[in-house]
Write a protein that binds this ligand. Structure first.
Ligand code: ZN
Length: 288
Protein backbone atom coordinates (compact mmCIF):
# COMPACT_ATOMS: atom_id res chain seq x y z
CA UNK A 1 0.00 0.00 0.00
CA UNK A 2 1.74 3.12 -1.18
CA UNK A 3 1.37 5.39 1.81
CA UNK A 4 3.70 8.28 1.11
CA UNK A 5 3.65 11.81 2.50
CA UNK A 6 5.78 14.92 2.18
CA UNK A 7 6.55 16.99 5.28
CA UNK A 8 8.77 19.96 4.42
CA UNK A 9 12.09 18.53 3.21
CA UNK A 10 11.22 15.01 4.30
CA UNK A 11 9.52 12.13 2.54
CA UNK A 12 7.63 9.76 4.83
CA UNK A 13 6.64 6.23 3.80
CA UNK A 14 4.84 3.49 5.68
CA UNK A 15 6.63 0.14 5.67
CA UNK A 16 3.89 -2.33 6.64
CA UNK A 17 4.58 -5.52 8.52
CA UNK A 18 1.02 -6.49 9.37
CA UNK A 19 -2.39 -4.97 8.69
CA UNK A 20 -5.80 -6.46 9.32
CA UNK A 21 -8.47 -7.30 11.86
CA UNK A 22 -6.74 -8.26 15.07
CA UNK A 23 -8.57 -7.54 18.34
CA UNK A 24 -12.12 -6.98 19.53
CA UNK A 25 -12.64 -3.38 20.66
CA UNK A 26 -13.29 -4.38 24.27
CA UNK A 27 -10.21 -6.61 24.33
CA UNK A 28 -7.94 -3.80 23.26
CA UNK A 29 -9.68 -1.10 25.33
CA UNK A 30 -11.06 -2.70 28.52
CA UNK A 31 -13.03 0.41 29.55
CA UNK A 32 -14.82 0.71 26.20
CA UNK A 33 -18.45 -0.34 26.47
CA UNK A 34 -20.39 -1.76 23.53
CA UNK A 35 -22.73 1.25 23.63
CA UNK A 36 -19.87 3.70 23.50
CA UNK A 37 -18.25 1.88 20.62
CA UNK A 38 -21.52 1.79 18.70
CA UNK A 39 -21.74 5.58 19.03
CA UNK A 40 -18.18 6.11 17.80
CA UNK A 41 -18.24 3.60 14.94
CA UNK A 42 -20.09 5.78 12.37
CA UNK A 43 -17.41 8.45 12.75
CA UNK A 44 -14.51 6.10 11.94
CA UNK A 45 -12.94 5.43 8.55
CA UNK A 46 -14.58 2.23 7.25
CA UNK A 47 -11.15 0.61 6.74
CA UNK A 48 -10.46 0.79 10.48
CA UNK A 49 -13.10 -1.78 11.50
CA UNK A 50 -13.98 -5.23 10.14
CA UNK A 51 -17.72 -5.90 10.58
CA UNK A 52 -17.62 -9.68 9.83
CA UNK A 53 -15.18 -10.40 12.66
CA UNK A 54 -16.19 -7.47 14.85
CA UNK A 55 -12.50 -6.64 15.22
CA UNK A 56 -10.57 -3.41 15.00
CA UNK A 57 -8.29 -3.22 11.99
CA UNK A 58 -4.82 -2.34 13.17
CA UNK A 59 -1.31 -2.30 11.79
CA UNK A 60 2.25 -2.91 12.74
CA UNK A 61 4.47 -0.78 10.54
CA UNK A 62 7.57 1.34 10.46
CA UNK A 63 7.90 4.88 9.24
CA UNK A 64 10.65 5.45 6.71
CA UNK A 65 11.89 9.05 6.80
CA UNK A 66 14.15 10.20 3.99
CA UNK A 67 15.62 13.67 3.73
CA UNK A 68 18.60 15.86 2.86
CA UNK A 69 22.22 14.67 3.14
CA UNK A 70 21.35 11.02 2.61
CA UNK A 71 19.15 10.64 5.66
CA UNK A 72 17.47 7.21 5.71
CA UNK A 73 15.71 6.75 9.03
CA UNK A 74 13.39 4.06 10.31
CA UNK A 75 11.02 4.87 13.14
CA UNK A 76 10.33 1.60 14.96
CA UNK A 77 11.17 -1.76 13.48
CA UNK A 78 8.09 -3.94 13.92
CA UNK A 79 8.13 -7.46 15.31
CA UNK A 80 10.81 -9.14 13.23
CA UNK A 81 10.96 -12.71 11.96
CA UNK A 82 11.52 -15.88 13.91
CA UNK A 83 11.32 -14.32 17.37
CA UNK A 84 9.99 -16.42 20.23
CA UNK A 85 7.15 -14.54 21.94
CA UNK A 86 5.90 -17.18 24.30
CA UNK A 87 3.43 -14.87 26.10
CA UNK A 88 2.02 -13.31 22.93
CA UNK A 89 0.97 -15.90 20.34
CA UNK A 90 0.03 -13.44 17.57
CA UNK A 91 3.63 -12.21 17.54
CA UNK A 92 5.32 -15.59 17.98
CA UNK A 93 7.77 -16.84 15.34
CA UNK A 94 6.57 -14.58 12.52
CA UNK A 95 7.69 -14.87 8.92
CA UNK A 96 6.79 -11.69 7.04
CA UNK A 97 8.13 -9.99 3.92
CA UNK A 98 8.87 -6.70 5.69
CA UNK A 99 12.46 -6.51 4.39
CA UNK A 100 11.19 -6.97 0.83
CA UNK A 101 8.69 -4.19 1.40
CA UNK A 102 11.53 -1.97 2.55
CA UNK A 103 13.47 -2.94 -0.57
CA UNK A 104 10.43 -2.11 -2.72
CA UNK A 105 10.74 1.43 -1.39
CA UNK A 106 14.33 1.48 -2.63
CA UNK A 107 16.10 0.85 0.66
CA UNK A 108 18.57 -1.92 1.50
CA UNK A 109 19.34 -2.47 5.19
CA UNK A 110 22.93 -1.22 4.91
CA UNK A 111 21.66 2.12 3.58
CA UNK A 112 19.74 2.93 6.76
CA UNK A 113 21.53 5.72 8.62
CA UNK A 114 19.29 6.01 11.70
CA UNK A 115 16.90 3.77 13.58
CA UNK A 116 14.61 5.23 16.21
CA UNK A 117 13.09 2.78 18.68
CA UNK A 118 10.38 4.96 20.23
CA UNK A 119 10.11 2.48 23.09
CA UNK A 120 11.37 -1.00 23.79
CA UNK A 121 8.20 -3.04 23.40
CA UNK A 122 8.68 -6.17 21.29
CA UNK A 123 6.60 -4.91 18.35
CA UNK A 124 8.81 -1.82 17.95
CA UNK A 125 12.30 -3.33 18.03
CA UNK A 126 11.94 -6.62 16.19
CA UNK A 127 13.75 -5.90 12.93
CA UNK A 128 16.68 -4.40 14.83
CA UNK A 129 18.10 -7.90 14.43
CA UNK A 130 17.80 -10.96 12.24
CA UNK A 131 19.03 -14.51 12.60
CA UNK A 132 22.31 -15.20 10.83
CA UNK A 133 24.59 -18.17 11.48
CA UNK A 134 22.65 -19.12 14.59
CA UNK A 135 22.88 -15.68 16.24
CA UNK A 136 20.83 -12.49 16.33
CA UNK A 137 22.82 -9.90 14.43
CA UNK A 138 22.04 -6.23 13.68
CA UNK A 139 19.94 -5.83 10.54
CA UNK A 140 20.99 -2.20 10.02
CA UNK A 141 24.71 -2.44 10.64
CA UNK A 142 25.52 1.10 9.54
CA UNK A 143 22.77 2.80 11.53
CA UNK A 144 22.81 4.67 14.82
CA UNK A 145 19.99 3.17 16.89
CA UNK A 146 18.40 5.83 19.07
CA UNK A 147 16.64 4.36 22.11
CA UNK A 148 15.28 5.85 25.32
CA UNK A 149 18.05 5.59 27.87
CA UNK A 150 15.57 4.95 30.68
CA UNK A 151 14.30 1.79 29.01
CA UNK A 152 17.59 0.50 27.61
CA UNK A 153 19.30 0.85 30.99
CA UNK A 154 16.26 -0.28 32.98
CA UNK A 155 15.88 -3.44 30.92
CA UNK A 156 13.17 -6.10 31.22
CA UNK A 157 12.33 -5.30 34.85
CA UNK A 158 10.64 -2.08 33.73
CA UNK A 159 8.16 -4.04 31.62
CA UNK A 160 5.37 -6.62 31.85
CA UNK A 161 6.27 -10.27 31.43
CA UNK A 162 4.99 -10.36 27.83
CA UNK A 163 7.83 -8.04 26.87
CA UNK A 164 10.79 -9.79 28.48
CA UNK A 165 12.05 -11.79 25.54
CA UNK A 166 12.76 -8.90 23.17
CA UNK A 167 15.65 -7.57 25.24
CA UNK A 168 17.78 -10.62 24.60
CA UNK A 169 17.08 -10.99 20.90
CA UNK A 170 16.44 -7.44 19.68
CA UNK A 171 18.00 -4.92 22.08
CA UNK A 172 21.10 -6.50 23.64
CA UNK A 173 22.73 -7.33 20.27
CA UNK A 174 22.52 -3.64 19.32
CA UNK A 175 24.09 -2.56 22.60
CA UNK A 176 26.84 -5.17 22.31
CA UNK A 177 27.61 -4.10 18.73
CA UNK A 178 28.06 -0.50 19.87
CA UNK A 179 25.29 0.68 17.55
CA UNK A 180 23.02 2.16 20.24
CA UNK A 181 22.77 5.82 21.12
CA UNK A 182 20.87 6.18 24.36
CA UNK A 183 18.67 9.25 24.43
CA UNK A 184 17.29 11.45 27.19
CA UNK A 185 14.52 13.37 25.42
CA UNK A 186 14.12 16.14 24.38
CA UNK A 187 16.94 15.48 21.95
CA UNK A 188 17.70 17.05 18.59
CA UNK A 189 18.91 14.45 16.08
CA UNK A 190 19.36 16.88 13.21
CA UNK A 191 17.85 20.29 12.49
CA UNK A 192 14.14 19.63 11.97
CA UNK A 193 14.14 16.22 13.69
CA UNK A 194 13.67 16.06 17.45
CA UNK A 195 12.81 13.30 19.90
CA UNK A 196 10.35 14.38 22.58
CA UNK A 197 9.25 12.58 25.73
CA UNK A 198 5.88 10.79 25.59
CA UNK A 199 5.83 8.48 28.63
CA UNK A 200 2.91 6.40 29.89
CA UNK A 201 2.31 3.58 27.46
CA UNK A 202 5.85 2.64 28.42
CA UNK A 203 8.12 4.42 30.92
CA UNK A 204 10.41 6.19 28.46
CA UNK A 205 8.48 6.38 25.19
CA UNK A 206 9.49 9.11 22.74
CA UNK A 207 7.92 10.70 19.66
CA UNK A 208 9.81 12.00 16.63
CA UNK A 209 8.91 15.53 15.61
CA UNK A 210 9.45 16.08 11.89
CA UNK A 211 9.33 19.80 11.25
CA UNK A 212 7.93 21.18 8.00
CA UNK A 213 9.94 24.36 8.51
CA UNK A 214 6.77 26.44 8.84
CA UNK A 215 5.77 25.74 12.44
CA UNK A 216 4.01 22.44 11.81
CA UNK A 217 4.89 18.99 10.58
CA UNK A 218 4.35 15.46 11.79
CA UNK A 219 4.70 13.69 15.11
CA UNK A 220 5.70 10.09 14.46
CA UNK A 221 4.93 8.18 17.55
CA UNK A 222 5.08 4.70 18.91
CA UNK A 223 1.97 3.95 20.88
CA UNK A 224 0.42 7.10 22.36
CA UNK A 225 -2.68 5.94 20.47
CA UNK A 226 -3.52 2.55 18.97
CA UNK A 227 -6.63 3.31 16.95
CA UNK A 228 -8.44 6.33 15.54
CA UNK A 229 -11.39 5.67 17.87
CA UNK A 230 -9.32 7.25 20.67
CA UNK A 231 -9.85 10.63 19.01
CA UNK A 232 -13.42 10.49 20.23
CA UNK A 233 -12.54 8.89 23.57
CA UNK A 234 -9.04 10.17 24.35
CA UNK A 235 -9.15 8.87 27.92
CA UNK A 236 -9.22 5.25 26.70
CA UNK A 237 -6.06 3.23 27.27
CA UNK A 238 -5.25 -0.18 25.90
CA UNK A 239 -4.57 -3.01 28.26
CA UNK A 240 -0.93 -2.71 27.20
CA UNK A 241 -0.50 0.84 28.51
CA UNK A 242 1.79 0.50 31.51
CA UNK A 243 0.92 3.73 33.39
CA UNK A 244 -2.69 4.50 32.39
CA UNK A 245 -3.06 8.01 33.82
CA UNK A 246 0.23 9.14 32.36
CA UNK A 247 -0.56 7.50 29.01
CA UNK A 248 -3.85 9.40 28.81
CA UNK A 249 -2.19 12.70 29.72
CA UNK A 250 0.47 12.19 27.05
CA UNK A 251 -2.21 11.34 24.47
CA UNK A 252 -4.13 14.53 25.21
CA UNK A 253 -1.00 16.65 25.10
CA UNK A 254 -0.07 15.26 21.68
CA UNK A 255 -3.59 15.66 20.30
CA UNK A 256 -3.76 19.22 21.66
CA UNK A 257 -0.54 20.02 19.88
CA UNK A 258 -1.85 18.49 16.64
CA UNK A 259 -5.10 20.44 16.89
CA UNK A 260 -3.52 23.76 17.87
CA UNK A 261 -0.26 23.77 15.92
CA UNK A 262 -1.17 21.86 12.77
CA UNK A 263 0.86 18.72 13.34
CA UNK A 264 -0.23 15.38 11.92
CA UNK A 265 0.05 12.33 14.16
CA UNK A 266 1.38 9.05 12.84
CA UNK A 267 1.31 6.09 15.20
CA UNK A 268 2.68 2.65 14.55
CA UNK A 269 -0.62 0.79 14.87
CA UNK A 270 -2.85 3.09 12.80
CA UNK A 271 -4.25 1.29 9.78
CA UNK A 272 -6.60 4.07 8.71
CA UNK A 273 -5.80 6.84 8.51
CA UNK A 274 -2.03 6.49 8.58
CA UNK A 275 -1.61 10.16 9.52
CA UNK A 276 -4.24 11.80 11.69
CA UNK A 277 -5.10 15.44 11.22
CA UNK A 278 -7.31 16.58 14.04
CA UNK A 279 -9.31 19.45 15.46
CA UNK A 280 -10.79 19.99 18.88
CA UNK A 281 -14.40 18.90 19.37
CA UNK A 282 -15.69 19.74 22.83
CA UNK A 283 -13.76 17.71 25.39
CA UNK A 284 -12.50 15.35 22.68
CA UNK A 285 -11.28 15.63 19.09
CA UNK A 286 -12.46 14.95 15.56
CA UNK A 287 -10.90 14.52 12.15
CA UNK A 288 -9.85 17.67 10.39
ZN1 ZN B 1 3.04 -1.37 19.94
Amino acid sequence: MGDSFTIGRYRLDVVPEFGGPRMLPQDMFPALTAERFAAILPRLPPESFDPPSGKLVTSVHSWLVRGPDGLVMLVDTGSGNGKTRSKFPIFNNLNTDWLQRLAALGVQPEQVTHVVNTHLHHDHVGWNTRMEGGAWVPTFRNARHLMPRLEAEGGPDLFPVWNYECFGDSVAPILVAGLAELVDPPHEILPGLRLLPAPGHSPGMMVLEVSDGQGGGALLAGDPMHHALQLFAPELNTRFCQAPDQAAATRRALLDRCADEGFALGAIHFFAPRLLRVRRDGAAYAFR
